[in-house]
Design a protein. Structure first.
Length: 378
């Protein structure tokens, strides 16, 4: 993380505020400044001055011009009607911008408007090294006061990333992530869906529909899957369904040809074990599994009941798939609420770690059909 002289532990540089005051003094005295001249006068880089000008322009205090800035002009329409400056800037790094996370971002942005906060979003990947690069880019260029991040926590790189986040001089809120107990991340706060609870809801729903052998199909590369598996196992134990005779298969990293063979194997295991229902994470995987069942003449839900997880595309299947729906927008909303409270109260506020319950959306794939032994269907 790049720093400037006089940077305080809270992440707000006092020198940067003084520098912007000098910029405003120069503007009031001369009506305009150039980036090159003011950088030389203050002994900082031109990039630093450009960032200052952008921040002041975003606050409606200056008008940007080529190579510098002027005092605001009524002819500058970019500042017309601009609201008062935001109290803080929050960086947000998520692993995807096209699945699951857009709703989280939307919830965060909506709450940020209420809290008068600025949200700066960067997309990343399910990769600890890229997560760190994106966070570092925010720290270097955006003058952020806090960070909301959904890091990859797998392996040693993931653990090192958590240690680094915990050591940052600004508050960090994890979204849909929890630091493992072996990492002493005493400063990290988080808001996450209780996915184990959601999986348990799905299992109990299938039990109430008459199913007595309920399998689980997950993707081990997903950070959510371990929690889904844990919830499935806990519910199965509570219902006294023998785990040693139950199906739990991993569908990670399968292309179309391998996936078809894999699903055929799953159906064969279901036939042999008398399994008539499956919990499938994610619901994109559930859609593919339903389509495979249809192609193989296995009636859904008559011969195989299915509940997906995430509820991003489950409703598009034929039949529409029941799915556990995490409160995605509320994850973003509550993360911003936590951040606003942390910035307002500082170190006196206790560390908060919040679980949100998902809901089960019941559709055609898991209800309303007579139970048929899969062996007969095949």
């Amino acid at each position: 993380m790049s720093t400037e002289p006089g940077q305080e532990s809270g992440g707000k540089s006092l020198f940067s505020l003084q520098r912007r005051e000098r910029l405003m003094e120069e503007l009031r005295a001369h009506g305009a400044i150039t980036v090159r001249d003011i950088a030389a006068k203050l002994g900082v880089s031109e990039l630093t001055i450009r960032r200052d000008v952008n921040i002041l322009a975003d606050e409606g205090l200056v008008s940007r011009v080529h190579g510098g800035a002027t005092l605001p002009s009524p002819l500058d329409r970019s500042t017309a009607g601009r609201a008062t400056s935001h109290s803080y800037s929050i960086g947000m790094v998520v692993p995807s911008l096209d699945y699951y996370w857009p709703q989280v971002i939307s919830g965060a942005r909506g709450e940020a408007e209420v809290q008068n906060l600025r949200i700066v979003v960067r997309g990343s990947a399910y990769d600890a090294a890229d997560n760190r690069r994106q966070v570092q880019a925010l720290l270097d260029t955006q003058n952020i006061d806090g960070l909301i991040v959904a890091p990859d926590m797998g392996g040693e790189h993931g653990k090192e990333l958590l240690r680094w986040l915990n050591a940052l001089p600004i508050p960090v809120i994890l979204a849909e992530r929890r630091a493992p107990s072996e990492i002493p991340a005493h400063k990290l706060e988080w808001v996450a869906t209780d996915h184990a609870f959601g999986a348990g809801m799905a299992v109990r729903h299938l039990w109430q529909e008459g199913h007595r052998m309920i399998g689980c199909l997950t993707d081990s590369t997903s950070p959510t899957s371990p929690h889904v598996v844990r919830g499935w196992k806990q519910a199965m134990n509570a219902l006294k369904i023998p785990l040693d005779k139950s199906i739990h298969e991993d569908s990670a990293k399968l292309d179309n040809g391998d996936r078809a063979k894999h699903f055929d194997r799953v159906l064969e295991l279901c036939r042999a074990s008398g399994t008539t229902a499956m919990l499938v994470h994610s619901d994109t995987q559930a859609v593919a599994f339903v389509q495979h069942c249809v192609d193989r003449g296995v009636d859904v839900p008559g011969s195989m009941a299915i509940v997906g997880y995430d509820d991003e595309v489950a409703y598009l299947a034929e039949p529409a798939i029941s799915a556990v729906r995490p409160p995605k927008s509320y994850v973003g909303k509550v993360a911003v609420q936590l951040m606003a409270a942390r910035l307002a109260e500082g170190r006196m506020r206790p560390v908060h770690r919040i679980d949100l319950n998902p809901e089960l959306i019941v559709r055609e794939s898991s209800v309303g059909a007579p139970r048929v032994v899969l062996e007969d269907a095949l």
